[in-house]
Design a protein around this ligand. Structure first.
Ligand code: PRX
Length: 663
């Protein structure tokens, strides 16, 4: 192991003084060495794209391979149901695989995969191309047809990319569920999307332990009539029962399938996938993305934002493939651009807290993309871990998922980036499909905590409550023009699509759900969600979904869930809980409730704090006043409480909340 040659930070003292010095810098100019090699350095890109966004996106779409070229770009005759490149036909898996193999790049590594126990595999484009065709044929043999939804519930193993691409090849929209969700959540998502097949695994490994997955899937999925096939990857060596006629081993399916499966020419608007995300109600939203527009957006943004050099870059997005970040920047963007990525199965602190930096050194990672929460965790563990490794291969760093606090930004910049790598703070959402607001690293000076400006061809603005534009100050973030990668609808629920995003300011203004500030340079500073969504470690959770899981516990009468600021996870979940009858809350019941939430939703939704409430603050009509609870959790002054049915309830809870903070 070498000492890093690029950082001047060798201990905590040096770190503190460097951070103190950097805190004074308001604006980080593009490093000269970076600008010299950057793909985009002409400031006119913005003006040119924005003068004719359709022409711009058409040009970007033509960077892909089209089986049938499109002649129309944007159909906006029925807003907000926009269509892009409608009469064109293409195939996502063809664009991600065949075209690279045909260009002679089959031997290029698509993924350096590292398993939790140190196993390594280099998977080339030719390997992926072979396996994807085999699995696509296998799925067809199982009766999966174009338009059938296929669920995918897999850990971070190469088969997850194979599964997604095999679906894309035959036009079967996939519905990937993050491996950290509970089997109950998977079952719910399979049920509402009427999944025809599910691709899962015998067991998953996490920090040295193995958990059975297939057995859990069997427990909760048996009643689903639509589910005709379960494909099981043999990964963790866990025994599992296979149901005759329904279950098939992934490996057997591949070995018995025909090798050639030509990519189907699919209409540009054919759905590529559904990805469930949390909204303001307990029912998750099935965000639906398409083939042509989505791939255009992810390929273009991956290339531009990460200043991609497909021949030489080693790109690592540390997200899980089960989130949109993984869909767009582990699978579709990098593969469409033919670059080499890293895929890591394990946790950032297993087998040791330096594993991420070891991976960067081992594979010579050049572009690294992660979440502020992860950066804060690494900060807490200390500089000694990154300092043990040579991080000099890094050229650019990225963040996503939540606002990054300036101290974490500066730590990332100084300790990981050796003060020479630009940081791209990328703002986007599951719904937007790809990055929307972010610096172009060769062109835009950065400010710690700001995602800077909208990308070329993207139109973002701030408005007040009446929809008037705010050029400087704080307001509601909106997107004022359709973009190719935007969601097309919520699966099976066009009405909810319209009411969630386009009701407030009409069908041409997409309401993001975030508040933001704009400074005198026009830079955006994202403040956070304006709806009932909590962002824990960059993961979106609906307060209503967590509440409904808590009240389903037999001892609970009522619950209200709000966020509170958390140093590590950005926000944490606080649950105010009223128990049934005379039951008293204690640590044992609190743990029962947490476990219960884990089972219903997943570990990530467990409340960090539970506050026992004899009653909850309600209006006279009986509505819970979450705003007051939120103010309490965030330590703010409480406003007028006289409209409450029982104002004394508030005082009791306020004291309990404060007592908890002190303890
Ligand atoms: O509140 C914003 C926050 O994450 C939300 C989107 O969450 P999700 O759909 O799960 O997608 C996360 C990964 C793309 C946004 O509405 N968010 C995302 N990126 C940033 C951010 N907040 C601040 N800065 C960001 N860079």
């Amino acid at each position: 192991m070498t000492d890093t040659t690029t950082s001047r930070i060798h201990n905590d003292e040096a770190l503190e003084s460097t951070l103190e010095e950097l805190m004074k810098v308001e604006r980080f100019e593009v490093p000269e060495g970076f600008r010299d090699q950057a793909n985009i350095t002409d400031p006119d890109v913005y003006a040119e794209a924005n003068a004719d966004p359709e022409a711009y996106w058409a040009r970007r779409a033509r960077e892909l391979h089209w089986h049938t070229p499109f002649t129309t770009v944007l159909d906006e005759s029925n807003p907000p149901f926009y269509k892009w490149f409608q009469d064109g036909e293409l195939n996502v898996s063809y664009n991600c695989l065949d075209r690279h193999v045909e260009a002679g790049n089959g031997a290029r590594v698509a993924y350096h995969w590292l398993g939790e126990e140190g196993e390594e595999r280099a998977i080339t484009y030719a390997d992926l191309h072979r396996d994807v065709q085999l699995l696509a044929n296998g799925l067809k043999d199982q009766g999966v047809q174009r338009g059938d939804v296929v669920g995918i519930f897999l850990p971070m193993i190469p088969q997850v990319a194979v599964a997604m691409l095999a679906c894309a090849r035959i036009g079967a929209p996939h519905n990937v569920v993050f491996g950290g969700f509970s089997p109950e959540s998977v079952a719910e998502r399979m049920e509402v999307s009427e999944a025809r097949a599910l691709i899962t695994v015998d067991g998953a490994r996490r920090k040295g332990k193995v958990a059975g997955i297939k057995s859990e899937v069997d427990r909760v999925m048996g009643h689903l009539a639509s589910l005709k096939t379960i494909v099981v990857v043999n990964h963790a060596g866990v025994d599992c029962a296979m149901q005759e006629g329904r279950d098939v081993w992934y490996e057997d399916l591949l070995s018995s399938s025909a090798p050639d499966c030509p990519a189907e020419a699919l209409p540009a608007e054919h759905p590529l996938y559904i990805l469930y995300s949390s909204g303001s109600t307990a029912k998750p939203k099935g965000i639906q993305h398409t083939t042509g527009g989505y791939l255009t957006g992810v390929a273009a943004t991956h290339r531009d934002v990460f200043d991609l050099k497909p021949e030489s870059d080693v790109f690592w997005c540390s997200a899980d493939v089960g989130w949109v970040t993984g869909h767009s920047y582990i699978v579709y963007g990098p593969l469409a651009n033919g670059c080499t990525s890293v895929m890591y199965e394990g946790a950032p602190d297993y087998p040791h807290k330096g594993i991420w930096w070891e991976i960067i050194q081992r594979y010579g990672v050049t572009k690294f993309y992660t979440a502020p929460t992860a950066i804060r965790a690494c900060m807490k563990w200390g500089v000694e871990y990154p300092n043990k490794y040579d991080l000099s291969s890094l050229r650019l760093l990225g963040t996503v998922g939540e606002p990054i606090n300036p101290k974490a930004w500066l730590w990332y910049h100084a300790v990981v980036g050796g003060e020479r790598c630009p940081i791209v703070d990328t703002w986007w959402q599951t719904e937007t499909g790809h990055i929307m607001i972010s610096p172009l690293a060769g062109l835009v000076a950065t400010k710690p905590g700001s995602a800077t400006r909208a990308l070329p061809g993207i139109s973002a603005a701030l408005v007040d409550q009446d929809g008037n534009e705010i050029t400087e100050g704080t307001g509601i973030l909106v997107l004022t023009r359709p973009w190719p990668g935007m969601l097309r609808t919520l699966y099976g629920d066009d009405d909810r699509y319209v009411s969630t995003y386009f009701e407030r300011f009409g069908p041409k203004t997409y309401v993001v759900g975030d508040a933001a500030r704009r400074d005198s340079d026009g830079y955006f500073w994202i403040i956070g969600r304006t709806d009932d969504v909590i962002n824990v470690s960059g993961h979106r959770l609906s307060t209503a979904e967590v509440e409904s899981a808590i009240v389903a516990h037999e001892k609970v009468a009522e619950a209200a869930v709000v966020p509170e600021p958390d140093e590590l996870t950005g926000q944490a979940i606080v649950a105010f809980v009223t128990l049934n009858g005379t039951l008293q809350g204690d640590d044992v019941v609190a743990e029962e409730i947490r476990t219960h939430v884990s089972v219903r939703i997943g570990k990530l939704a467990r409340p960090k704090s539970i506050i026992w409430a004899d009653d909850l603050p309600k209006t006279r009509s009986g509505k819970i006043m979450r705003r007051l609870l939120r103010d309490m959790a965030e330590g703010r002054e409480l406003g007028d409480v006289t409209t409450l049915r029982d104002p004394d309830v508030v005082e009791d809870l306020r004291q309990k909340t404060q007592a908890r903070k002190k303890s």
